[in-house]
Design a protein around this ligand. Structure first.
Ligand code: ZN
Length: 425
């Protein structure tokens, strides 16, 4: 397949104008201003469009589309116990499957080509991922509120089963991580065992970290140290780890996260909606930490429009530090694509370069909210809407184009979710 007459965002952040990009199977095999010599079966006319690397949503709970907009205006602890947990108790794998399909559709529509997800119902989510063709790193959120052994703790056997059955399924389209829900939903024995188990099987770890001040203060009261120091001392960060939120950090925490190369998933909208606070991502970046962006679940966002999280990621740091020069469009795009891919252990994507996987988004700038075409990258971060995304391709396959999903029967999915909503509420 050949994209012709496009603007192409290159790996160095520069935009190549009126260029060609060719794909062979699932890889990018040519980028240049001359038409490639090799013939193409299909030509995509990219006039007025910008080709970008696909975005990676590094913290989500995708089936929570079924819980969209419930528990509004409650703080995290009450939101969880009064609104979320009672509804989650009623879910089943069939419903979670449709909730996942709905979330994947919503993400593809805003340019997401991969996501890092922690939830229950591993098999239902894996099935949805493999059927739709989107890339994903899935984990179960291991938790333990009593003194159970690691083997008996909730979600441990499910994690083992999921890893055995699906890790690196379909040539790595689907990867399985080891999820530990959080400090306040586990104990030191379990956290240590999670780290050891992840090391033994060579998996990434996914956790919630210092999301609220309450969580952080209670951890200090329990263990005499912050959640970051606590997990570090238990050896968890000896594995490649994605830590979501990181709102309440000390300077020492930032140094630990940078030194241990923990991947931080910034979830600005969720943090704002739940009143958790403003995460100082600039201070973390100063320490050299690798930052990426997450939507969190649709119950605390309340959509999976990744463009909104990119915009907020840039604007909040500028406002927080009263400095418009920080978190440039280029930096935010790197967080959204390349850093996200690195955090997932996917080193052959995240930029448009020859040899990389063809995970590509096409944005149409012939749009009333994007014209005139001045600074295309800045317009992407601050002005683009999902309706400007004309095409989303994952591993060389178009999964979304001109409002149509090629692997999702969206009318059926919406019908099912409507029906599930009536049963749940
Ligand atoms: Zn979360």
């Amino acid at each position: 397949m050949l994209f012709s007459h496009c603007n192409i965002l290159l790996a160095d952040g520069e935009i190549q104008k009126d260029a060609y990009l060719q794909i062979t199977d699932d890889k990018i095999t040519y980028i240049g201003t001359e038409k490639p010599q090799a013939a193409s079966d299909t030509v995509y006319d990219g006039t007025n469009q910008l080709l970008l690397p696909g975005f990676v949503n590094t913290h989500s709970h995708v089936p929570m589309t079924l819980l969209r907009s419930i528990g509004a205006d409650l703080p995290l602890a009450r939101w969880l116990h009064e609104a979320i947990f009672p509804i989650e108790n009623k879910l089943n794998k069939h419903w979670a499957y449709f909730g996942t399909l709905l979330g994947i559709a919503e993400m593809l529509r805003s340019g997401v080509t991969s996501f890092t997800d922690m939830y229950f119902f591993g098999e239902a989510r894996a099935k949805a991922v493999l059927e739709t063709g989107i890339n994903a790193n899935l984990s179960m959120g291991i938790l333990c509120l009593d003194d159970s052994s690691f083997e008996k703790a909730p979600m441990v056997q499910e994690t083992k089963d999921l890893f055995q059955q699906y890790h690196n399924a379909n040539a790595g389209q689907l990867k399985v991580d080891v999820g530990l829900h959080a400090e306040y939903t586990s104990n030191a024995k379990i956290a240590r065992a999670v780290g050891e188990y992840a090391k033994e099987i060579g998996a990434n770890v996914h956790i919630h970290l210092s999301e609220t001040n309450k969580e952080t203060q209670e951890c200090i009261a329990r263990h005499g140290k912050t959640p970051t120091a606590y997990f570090n001392d238990l050896g968890l960060f000896d594995n490649p780890t994605t830590a979501a939120h990181c709102v309440w950090l000390t300077q020492q925490d930032r140094e630990i996260l940078a030194k241990k190369n923990v991947f931080v998933s910034h979830c600005p909208i969720s943090n704002l909606k739940l009143g958790s606070g403003l995460a100082d991502m600039w201070a973390l970046a100063q320490q050299g930490a690798t930052l990426s962006i997450g939507t969190d679940g649709a119950a605390s966002n309340d959509n999976l429009n990744f463009l909104e999280d990119m915009k907020l990621s840039a604007m909040l740091q500028k406002g927080l530090h009263q400095d418009p020069s920080i978190f440039s469009a280029k930096q935010v795009l790197q967080m959204a694509a390349k850093n996200g891919a690195i955090s997932q252990g996917r080193t052959n994507t995240g930029t448009l370069a020859v040899g990389n996987q063809a995970d590509i988004v096409a944005v149409d700038y012939h749009s009333c909210n994007l014209l005139p075409k001045t600074d295309m990258l800045s317009a992407l971060i601050y002005a683009a809407l999902p309706s400007d995304i004309k095409m989303t391709m994952v591993n060389g396959k178009i999964l979304y184009q001109n409002g149509t999903f090629t692997t999702i029967d969206i009318e059926k999915v919406m019908y099912e979710v409507e029906h599930i909503g009536k049963k749940l509420y």
